[in-house]
Design a protein around this ligand. Structure first.
Ligand code: ZN
Length: 155
């Protein structure tokens, strides 16, 4: 599994993280499948409602709206453009999913209504001027594994 992040999205993330300070923020990842197991995140949706110092809660209404907007813009070509996963920041903690984060993601991918074959959880933190990132892939069998993230040029 290869996952790249569009540079303009990393820049957007960086300013949102700077503004949020010690509050956790998050949202959804949407993007493009370039080849089997090769994805580029072209949109990092940033939820308006921030979390607290140690917890971020997904606003399902806003998440649904963001997904519809992304699908409209990419003309409902779901095979190529789709939901990739969730992200949130850990301004005060390490870049690993907390036990609660793991539980939330396993619940998401093992839900019978979940249509994808995986979901990523990306955790980010602003370290000075640099956005540090970590990511885990969760599959419908309920297993999780760390994956590498790369920055990619282009939008
Ligand atoms: Zn977390």
């Amino acid at each position: 599994m290869r996952m790249r992040l569009a540079n303009n999205q990393v820049a957007k993330l960086k300013s949102a993280l700077a503004q949020a300070g010690t509050k956790e923020i998050g949202g959804q990842l949407f993007g493009e499948q370039l080849a089997p197991s090769d994805f580029r995140v072209t949109e990092i949706a940033i939820q308006a409602r921030r979390g607290s110092f140690a917890r971020f809660l997904v606003d399902l209404v806003e998440a649904g709206r963001n997904a519809l907007r992304f699908f409209d813009r990419t003309e409902h070509r779901y095979k190529r453009f789709n939901y990739i996963g969730e992200w949130h920041s850990h301004p005060s903690f390490e870049l690993k999913p907390s036990p609660q984060d793991v539980e939330t993601m396993v619940k998401l991918v093992t839900d019978p209504a979940f249509k994808g074959s995986f979901a990523i959880l990306m955790i980010v933190r602003l370290d000075g001027d640099h956005v540090s990132m970590g990511a885990c892939l969760f599959d419908p069998q309920g297993t999780a594994r760390a994956i590498n993230l790369e920055s990619a040029s282009g939008s």
